[in-house]
Design a protein around this ligand. Structure first.
Ligand SMILES: O=C(O)CCC(=O)C(=O)O
Ligand SMILES: [Fe+2]
Length: 332
């Protein structure tokens, strides 16, 4: 998606922001104040597209151990990492991607980051995003730790989607039937630091919007995530201990006919330290069709999107950002 092209009415409705709101989701998770949380989620996703969530109930140890494994993985020699390169996995899109191997804003920026990506485990390649993971054999505990994080995020995402459903005045279980075997995608990311004059041609991750439904991000204490506000100013997504950064992707923007915004963000790491982050993405079932909900379409607010199929939509986005995929001749 290019920069959100909002009509004047929606632009006027959105409030600007100079920081990303923090939502206490405790009362959603323990049912003590579900509607109050839904209201806060609605404000955040309609105006910012991002929120921090606190009181999420997940132990810090889960992320700490995953960060430790990420460090162990990336500290290996490049040739070791290249043995697990994503090209080996075909359209399952699992494994290692080296610095500049994925460019998220390909016409403007090269991404100064390396990644290791996993997803739902399948014994054989089924279709895009569904196949075997590539695990490093030499790192004790890596597979168990990283996959446990993925499973915990999957459960947590289901709970968050219930909050999102309520925030849209939909039944709490609205998303359940659309995420029975969803595309999920988890990355371990490492961003080298940059120094001197940083040109936008090379930054941690180029400006982009996410493609799916929800992104749940754990970042370390280094900082560098930036989110664009309505004036086009980059607002820092400063690390806040004990929180996740949550944002929506294009699928929820389409579903809500632009009520909720998949906002532009990027990473610029000039901290002097390496930055690690762990984004987890949940989309929907591969064949789920997403189109604007009737309740968000009216004669004065016509539908802005044609229906998209989740898996095809996401795969199309990946082809644009992974140079190696352009070389595959695929009819998906
Ligand atoms: O590393 C981060 O903080 C953000 C990563 C991101 O935006 C992405 O992977 O889509
Ligand atoms: Fe992103």
């Amino acid at each position: 998606m290019t920069k959100p092209d909002l009509d004047d009415r929606l632009r006027a409705q959105r409030q600007s922001f100079d920081k990303i709101p923090i939502v206490d989701i405790g009362p959603l998770l323990d049912n003590s104040g579900v509607l109050g949380v839904a209201k806060e989620i609605r404000w955040a996703l309609a105006n910012v597209g991002f929120m921090y969530v606190k009181n999420h109930g997940l132990p810090a140890q889960l992320a700490d151990e995953t960060f430790a494994q990420a460090r162990a993985f990336f500290d290996q020699p490049l040739e070791e990492k290249m043995k697990l390169h994503m090209v080996n996995s075909g359209v399952a899109l699992r494994g290692y991607v080296e610095i500049f191997g994925e460019n998220t804003d390909p016409t403007n920026t090269k991404d100064l980051k390396e990644c290791f990506d996993i997803g739902p485990e399948r014994p054989t390649l089924e279709r895009p995003f569904f196949g075997p993971n590539q695990w490093p054999a030499a790192l004790p505990g890596f597979r168990e730790t990283v996959f446990a994080y993925h499973q915990a995020m999957k459960d947590f995402a289901t709970k968050l989607l219930r909050g999102v459903a309520l925030s849209l005045d939909l039944p709490r279980d609205f998303f359940d039937s659309r995420v029975t075997d969803p595309i999920t995608y988890q990355r371990l990311l490492r961003y080298p630091t940059q120094s001197g004059r940083v040109e936008e041609k090379v930054i941690g991750i180029g400006a982009h919007v996410d493609y799916g439904s929800l992104t749940i991000l754990t970042q370390d204490s280094v900082g560098g995530l930036q989110v664009m506000n309505r004036e086009g100013v980059w607002v820092e997504g400063v690390p806040i201990a004990g929180t996740f950064v949550i944002n929506i992707g294009e699928l929820l923007q389409i579903l809500t006919n632009d009520l909720y915004i998949a906002n532009f963000h990027r990473v610029v790491n000039t901290s002097g330290r390496e930055r690690y982050s762990i984004p987890f993405f949940i989309d929907a079932d591969y064949d789920a069709v997403v189109e604007p909900l009737e309740r968000y379409v009216s004669p004065s607010n016509p539908s802005r999107y044609l229906p998209v199929t989740c898996g095809k939509h996401k795969f199309k986005r990946f082809v644009k950002t992974f140079p190696h995929l352009e070389r595959l001749d695929l009819e998906q």
